[in-house]
Design a binder for this molecule. Structure first.
Ligand code: MG
Length: 273
């Protein structure tokens, strides 16, 4: 018997689905669970009902989860920081177009980051503060999810192909245990158009998961990762469970769990609290 999570509190949808699929359902905290022996393709149902539906993974032990690692831009927060920085240089459309192609997996990440950061050369560092305080918002359910993990002694971390200026502050503000990202080079309070040190890319993100597993002496099977872009695919392969959050098609294809309608708190439904 397989369990389908209906990440919604809408009784109408639950009733309709259980009739259509000819299966039983139960109400749980904030969601419904449907039970079936059949192999039901959830994809068309998701778009028909505009709701998140996922099979509860049978080979993943939720009671042993020890670490949550999330991408930042467009996953944990609602913006792409680099695009907003570029807005202050009046080049947002150019930079955002490159970001979009990089996240779709159409460009080499390192080259695309170098190209975008170069375009920011000469900008006052004060712009970073403005982006953080005026534009950066945690995605719906994000803080609830992090609080939930911390209440269960599950560590949380953010890893980003974006910048430490934002990851470090975000970690402090919402209580993440670790953060890793690129460091923007600054001289005389201006961005130099370069990144300090090696670039945090897809491979670095996967290595970061391994590094934290070593740090806590846990296995990668005890890790949940969440992401939306092509540079999250490698860390998704590494972790025991991967969540595609409002993700690009390539990421949706490969993730274990898809959240495309609801907030980050929908991940909590998997734990059956
Ligand atoms: Mg992202």
């Amino acid at each position: 018997m397989k369990t389908i999570i209906l990440h919604s509190q809408d009784l109408k949808i639950a009733t309709h689905l259980s009739t259509t699929l000819d299966c039983k359902f139960e109400s749980r905290f904030n969601h419904f669970r449907l039970y079936t022996d059949k192999n039901i393709d959830l994809k068309p149902l998701r778009s028909e009902y505009k709701v998140d539906l996922n099979y509860l993974p049978e080979d993943f032990d939720f009671s042993r989860v020890a670490l949550f690692v999330s991408d930042m831009d467009s996953t944990l927060i609602s913006i792409e920081c680099i695009d907003e920085i570029a807005d202050f240089a009046n080049i947002k459309p150019q930079v955002a177009a490159i970001t979009e192609r990089a996240m779709q997996g159409e460009l080499d990440f390192n080259a695309s980051l170098i190209e975008r950061v170069e375009l920011l050369k000469g900008l006052d560092v004060g712009v970073l503060d403005k982006v953080y305080s005026e534009r950066l918002q945690v995605n719906p359910g994000g803080e609830e999810l992090i609080n939930f993990f911390s209440s269960r002694s599950i560590k949380s971390a953010v890893v980003s192909g974006g910048f430490t200026f934002f990851t470090d502050q975000l970690a402090k503000d919402i209580g993440l245990d670790h953060s890793r990202a690129n460091t923007l080079d600054v001289e005389n309070n201006k961005l130099t158009g370069m990144v300090k040190g090696s670039i945090v890319n897809s491979t670095t993100k996967a290595n970061f998961v391994h590094e934290l597993c070593n740090h806590y002496s846990i296995s990668a099977n005890q890790v949940i990762v969440a992401g939306d872009g092509a540079n999250d695919l490698e860390m998704m392969e590494v972790a025991g469970l991967s969540v595609a959050y409002h993700a690009k098609p390539a990421v949706l294809e490969r993730a274990n769990i898809a959240i495309s309608y609801g907030g980050l708190d929908k991940i909590m439904d998997l734990f059956d609290i």
